[in-house]
Design a protein around this ligand. Structure first.
Ligand code: SAH
Ligand code: SF4
Ligand code: F3S
Length: 482
């Protein structure tokens, strides 16, 4: 495993190894050596600042990039005074892109004063041709640009960047490779995301993800279990299995394995206390999974089940492959099997051609389904997707009005729903200390947050907390003595 490797002892006087993992270790060691020499000079590279946009997949990949940089000997710093500035980008909606361009504009002025500073852009946005063209033309001071398919090659790219005069751009069209065992620096010591698959084959008509993440590929279950066993050794007790559509996990493996079966394998890992997963596509949610969740002792009773719209007409155009009745039927089936389930969802408002009737269908599902929370998004036109070519884009004022109405209903229903736990005692995993010293935040199995008074030694522990007052999306609570 990488944390058993002494990078100072790797042999560097021979060509780089062919094996992908070994090759990256080799470049980490090369950079380590090179950076030490630089440290003696006038322009040392000692610190890095990494900002991640987007989903948990990006978070997870950022942990690998951070782990690689730390293995090289760099130290993380949460400020853009750092010597290396990195952005892991997201392009699922336009505003994610705008934020990145905003940051770059600002960094240009800093780089004028500190020319030795390195700027690195990677992730989903970089998989779009027009973005790369813009960076080449308008932001030539960016040192390194790479995409989603070659993140595993980061150490090698970083090495090239240290030795190059100009901007390096390396974008791959796709990849069927899954490289295991790269260094990782986790955001939390006690919980971790675990990729079980990459990419997406669903091509929902509004969505850019299949274009920037490529085709769906599942990891071998044994590799996933091994990673989780290693995480347990390292203090992790909660895992979040990650994929764009976990319900289709394992279908393309040489020996196909269902997602429910994978959960069963993960459940057997000793030391794991909680298992979560994201995201479930309603079209592939199997009875096998529902049954497994109902009986499992470790899989949390929380299901994120994005509905996107309540209108069957729009769902068809969105290419979601279910309709309103099927969605509500699924919710009913889940609630029957797992009565205490906490359900959350994603909803898009203002998809091209959305009429008031379509919108009211969405409101109707929110009214009936009993979501604990819903993430609501204003439709964002993504070039290259089928929806971007649809003519009837909904006027902005209409979208804004619908968005506000939806948000209010989501909040009202969410508050009613979440308050069902008020007064109960729940086991929470203590995750963070808030800015107010002495106030900690824990998460229930149902994914609800509770703030309570505590002490440092509680971080990462499971405690019994009474949920005294529901504040909508979170609770105020107090620790219950054993
Ligand atoms: N794979 C997941 C979703 C990943 S993207 C699934 O299918 O459930 C996360 C959310 O972003 C989506 O559920 C959707 O609600 C939203 N989203 C995706 N593309 C969007 C777009 N073009 N405009 C607005 N929201 C979008
Ligand atoms: Fe996008 Fe649909 Fe794939 Fe989710 S399932 S990532 S919404 S294309
Ligand atoms: Fe964004 Fe890429 Fe995730 S586009 S939502 S970071 S897969």
């Amino acid at each position: 495993m990488f944390n058993e490797i002494d990078f100072d002892k790797l042999q560097l006087d021979m060509p780089a190894p062919e094996n992908d993992t070994q090759r990256q270790y080799y470049y980490i060691a090369k950079c380590r050596e090179g950076l030490k020499e630089l440290e003696l000079g006038e322009t040392p590279i000692r610190t890095f600042c990494l900002t991640t946009f987007g989903c948990q997949m990006n978070e997870k990949q950022s942990e690998v990039v951070a782990g690689t940089l730390e293995a090289m000997g760099l130290v993380r710093e949460e400020s853009e005074n750092a010597d290396v500035i990195l952005f892991n980008t997201c392009t699922v909606r336009e505003n994610a892109n705008l934020k990145v361009y905003g940051r770059l504009g600002y960094l240009q002025s800093i780089k004028k004063k500190r020319p030795n500073m390195k700027i690195i852009m990677f992730g989903c946005m970089m998989q779009e041709e027009h973005v790369v063209q813009k960076i080449k033309k308008d932001y030539p001071f960016v040192d390194l640009v790479f995409g989603t398919h070659n993140i595993f090659k980061f150490a090698e790219l970083f090495y090239e960047m240290l030795h190059a005069a100009g901007q390096i751009v390396d974008i791959w069209e796709g990849s069927d490779q899954i490289i295991e065992e790269l260094p990782t620096e986790r955001n939390f010591s006690f919980k971790s995301g675990v990729n079980i698959m990459f990419g997406c084959n669903n091509f929902c008509s509004y969505c850019i993800v299949p274009y920037v993440r490529g085709r769906e590929r599942s990891r071998e279950p044994e590799a996933i279990v091994k990673e989780i066993e290693n995480l347990v050794q390292d203090g992790v007790t909660e895992v979040m299995l990650l994929g764009q559509n976990v319900n289709s996990y394992g279908k393309n493996l040489e020996n196909p394995v269902s997602f429910a079966k994978l959960l069963e394998m993960v459940e057997q890992v000793e030391g794991i206390k909680r298992i979560r997963f994201m995201t479930s596509h309603p079209k592939d949610l199997s009875d096998e999974l529902i049954e497994y969740m109902a009986t499992s002792k470790k899989v949390c009773h929380h299901l994120h089940l994005p509905m996107q719209s309540g209108s069957s007409r729009l769902l068809k155009i969105m290419n979601r492959r279910y309709d309103k009745e099927k969605y509500l039927g699924l919710v009913e089936k889940i609630r029957k099997a797992i009565p205490d389930i906490s359900l959350t969802t994603d909803i898009i408002v203002g998809f091209p051609g959305e009429t008031e009737e379509d919108f009211l269908e969405t409101m109707d599902v929110v009214d009936k389904a009993g979501f604990d929370t819903a993430f609501t998004f204003i439709y964002s036109k993504r070039s290259g997707t089928p929806a971007a070519k649809m003519e009837e884009q909904v006027p902005e004022d209409v979208v804004k009005d619908r968005f506000q109405r939806l948000l209010k209903l989501v909040q009202d229903r969410g508050r009613e729903r979440s308050s069902r736990f008020e007064g109960s005692v729940q086991e929470v995993l203590v995750e963070t200390e808030s800015k107010d010293k002495g106030v900690f935040t824990g998460r229930t199995a149902y994914n609800l947050l509770v703030h309570f008074e505590g002490t440092d030694d509680m971080l990462g522990k499971y405690l019994k907390v009474r949920l005294d007052t529901c504040k909508g999306f979170y609770y105020l609570g107090s620790i219950v003595e054993e």
